[in-house]
Design a protein around this ligand. Sequence first.
Ligand code: SF4
Length: 468
Amino acid sequence: MASPTGESALDITDQGLRDLVERYSTRGPRYTSYPTAPQWTDAVDSNVYRDVLRNHTDPSPIALYAHIPFCKRLCLYCACNVRITGKQTLVERYLDAIKKETETTAELFTTRPQLAQMHFGGGTPTFLTPDQLAGVIDTFDAHFQSIPGAERSIEVDPRVTTVEHLEMLNAKGFQRISMGVQDLDAKVQETVKREYSEEQLIEFVADARRIGFEGVNLDLIYGLPFQTEQTWQRTVDSIISIRPDRLAVFGYAHVPWIKPHQKTLEQFGLPTPEQRLSLAIQCRRALIDAGYFAIGLDHFALPDDGMAVAFQQGDIHRNFMGYTVQDTDTMVAFGVSSIGDFPAAYVHNQMDTGKYIDQIEAGGLAVTQGHLLSAEDRMRRRIIVRLMGNFHILPDKIEQEFGVSFNDHFASEIDELEKFVEQGILRHDETGWHATLEGTFVVRNIAMIFDRYLETDRDTTKRYSRTI
Ligand code: SF4
């Protein structure tokens, strides 16, 4: 089966694979934002955020993200902002803080926006009891009205998610659940301390579908210790037989300088860049052969899923939730470490759960850093987001939206793009530049051409995960 780029996923030879790694394996951002988080500063705080909210007059529907940081046990590969706890008093204080943050934020909007999307992430949102979680959803619904057909989704951990959770969520309009499966092999699971059987997964997905969830997303991770071609194939085959509507297949981001617990995994040996790419391609081949569309950097969807349809129409978007179908330029975010994404600014909440609660109790907001976007930032963000989502750069669209001459403004970037054309990573036609199949594996490298902050920030080695 052909990939969405029009080329066969089976066309990359082992030598081609080695060449890709040799030439393009470096460290670089994943571009869920531009400029990326290392460029943000504490000049953007809660007072600046108050102005951003007051000055937000765009009537378009927005997205809402809520971060629930709690988990029962730490998975060793985890790079999320988590709080391992059993203390209900902390949880109750946290829920009160989310409520107060929501009230404060909603009051500051001059024009109260409507919601096109609501997403809960973590941590483990279903660490909360069904009643606690319902309370948070009710708070959001009391302050923001959702448009008809708004998408509601939540990350669930089947190990702590009950049928009662699923029934409550479905009754409150949640249509999509996402689960981090990562790998079904017992040895890999034991090593990364996330143990869960295939039978439990099958039963859980069946429950979710019976209760009425239309969308089931599963996440896999390649690049973990003890993953071999054989074990990985078994995992991928099992997942295909469950037939999730969407899959995200992430390369393990090993960043022990940020998440010291990940260092434990080094004693078991981590796959080399070549092995990682081989696992990525193996999975991609299997999923495309099974009828999935490959979307963006790391997503796959069944042909009738909204994401596959949007991809075919060149209409995929990217924000802190990853790839999305909803075209929202604004995301308001609640909870510790959450990131709000506005046309004019990124705002990042306090990273420590206790301090987040204290700050909210004291003043209603807890922004500790961020970035105010210049017109140049906004234009480069648009190029990078479109490239990461749809694998193309279309100069006409940029010229129409930002009123610049693409050829004049990006003359040096065009020289770099043409080098990628010569290397077979991009092809150039009258509409613009389009990633080839090889190019889709190194789209982060292409995006880096437009990142003007990297020029003054060449010490990328320690900040970012590997591009391959
Ligand atoms: S369940 Fe998810 S968020 Fe919690 S520790 Fe594991 S990977 Fe991290």
